[in-house]
Design a protein around this ligand. Structure first.
Ligand code: NAG
Length: 499
């Protein structure tokens, strides 16, 4: 086992994984629309009332757009929205009504919202960033993230900005941009410990404890149907998996997490080191891809989850064959691995059909109750929506041909409920840009220059809200033939529109 000694020196310290957030609120992301495609020129688009922020990165031409009463449409630099009624502008666009469906914050704790850089994470609670992980929110996007439970991570990179301290990240969260993109409830703390795992025997993820575990598994309440039988659930997992789970106990004096992991990966042709080897991998060419995910469990044991990409009745079978080899190898070399015991659980060969994941006998009753509850809820929502519509949606939506019109009326007393708007000079997004200013010169001004009178003059302080509520729309629209607006940060639109 000489290679283990070598790897001990090379990988004496293990770093966390990198977990990247998968969701965004970009206008140009097809999955954010109910028709599954980005709107084209003859489409009428609608942002539901629940939308809080949408990011527009590219120029768009649309037929009409229905904006929410509250919420921000954030335009990237030099981005312009134009309106047209002429279907020949984009003949291939058939013209549909499209609704923006990324309208509620996506939960930080939903394991489906993250992807790990070191390959698939086979343990559900570990799909969500662990205590030493680097969290990445990609650049060129805006996000709508729901956080309602405290958590600890290593570092956070948010749209290119790196945060290494809890204080820096929480002050970002309370900035306008942070508030716009993070919907925070229950006073959670996102603790950034900016340190790596210093335990040579490995570190636990930290999510397999209450209340995180219940929270995370709540997103997996329906497990996928499996093609194998008696599938085991990994420690820290929410759903069973076809394949095998090898569990080891170790000697803390001699066990080295990274060297064992890398050693097994290399010896059996798994993971990133597989390219550089070897006969083991070639031998397995006939098998489908087997993936091994290793981690330290909450109980302080080392768990290796073997899965494969086989479907049907052979699902998990290749993984089990390989896991048996690995278990055998460890059992014969306990001392050199620093392991004191090793055991294995595995699924059984299926019949070829899919067995329902996790629907037990009691589950049926639960489903029936859930359906009844959903029906009640939906009919309540429909009832309330219809009542509300009859009150407030009096006019036509914003339309290319007509003057741009505000489509909502406000219930009485609404203005009083809205606090003095706190536009901040650092705020890059802005409330519905058509309504942030009253005078023509300011329409396309940098939002940093949008002045809200906070001197105490109540009438002026509330003018933003008043304009929103004005049934006939803001005055500036009435005498201008405005057919487009663009990022207020670039001020050259007026000439173009008038040209
Ligand atoms: C949008 O259109 C304007 C004018 O038509 C152009 O100057 C600008 O570069 C375009 N922006 C993008 C992001 O393509």
């Amino acid at each position: 086992m000489r290679f283990i000694v070598v790897f001990t020196f090379l990988f004496g310290v293990c770093y966390g994984d990198t977990k990247t957030w998968q969701q965004d609120v970009n206008f140009g992301n097809p999955t954010n629309w109910d028709k599954g495609r980005v709107p084209c020129a003859s489409d009428s688009i609608k942002f539901p009332e629940s939308v809080s922020v949408v990011f527009m990165q590219t120029n768009s031409t649309l037929k009409e757009i229905l904006l929410p009463l509250n919420g921000a449409l954030v335009l990237d630099n030099n981005v312009r929205i134009a309106f047209t009624d002429d279907s020949s502008v984009q003949p291939e666009c058939t013209g549909e009504e499209q609704t923006f469906i990324a309208d509620t914050p996506e939960s930080w704790y939903n394991p489906g919202n993250w992807v790990g850089a070191n390959g698939p994470v086979a343990v559900d609670t570990e799909s969500v960033p662990c205590q030493y992980d680097q969290v990445v929110f990609p650049t060129e996007k805006l996000f709508s993230v729901g956080v309602d439970l405290s958590t600890t991570v290593g570092t956070v990179s948010f749209a290119g900005e790196n945060f290494v301290s809890t204080m820096a990240f929480s002050s970002f969260l309370s900035s306008p941009s942070g508030q716009q993109q993070f919907s925070v409830s229950n006073n959670p703390t996102i603790l950034l410990q900016n340190s790596q795992c210093n335990d040579l025997t490995g570190c636990v993820c930290g999510n397999d404890v209450e209340p995180s575990r219940t929270k995370i598994c709540g997103f997996k309440s329906t497990c996928p149907a499996l093609a194998c039988r008696n599938a085991p659930i990994p420690v820290g997992g929410c759903c069973p998996v076809c394949g095998a789970i090898v569990t080891m106990e170790y000697n803390p004096q001699t066990f080295n997490y990274e060297s064992v992991k890398t050693g097994i990966e290399s010896k059996f042709g798994l993971g990133p080191s597989a390219q550089s080897s070897n006969s083991a991998r070639r031998k397995r060419q006939a098998d489908s891809d087997v993936t091994m995910y290793m981690s330290k469990t909450n109980e302080g044991k080392i768990q290796m989850v073997f899965t494969d990409s086989n479907g049907g009745s052979s699902s998990g079978q290749a993984a089990i064959r390989l896991a048996l080899e690995v278990e055998d190898d460890i059992a014969q070399n306990l001392d050199s691995y620093g392991v004191t015991s090793v055991s294995m659980k595995s699924s059984e060969k299926g019949t070829g059909g899919l067995s329902g994941g996790g629907v037990s006998n009691g589950g049926i009753a639960g489903i029936i109750i859930a359906v009844i509850v959903i029906i009640c809820f939906v009919s309540t929502v429909i009832f309330l929506t219809m009542r509300r519509n009859s009150l407030s949606w009096k006019d036509e939506p914003l339309h290319a041909d007509s003057d741009i019109e505000m489509s909502q009326g406000l219930p009485p007393g609404f203005m009083q409920e809205i606090p003095n708007p706190t536009f901040d000079s650092a705020m890059r997004g802005f409330d519905n840009p058509m309504y942030t200013t009253t005078t023509k010169e300011n329409i396309y001004a940098d939002p940093a220059e949008v002045k809200v009178n906070t001197s105490g003059d109540e009438k002026k302080a509330a003018y933003v809200v008043e304009e929103k509520g004005a049934i006939n729309g803001p005055k500036w629209e009435e005498d201008e033939d405005i057919k487009a607006f663009s990022n207020p940060m670039s001020a050259d639109v007026m000439e173009e529109s008038n040209a």
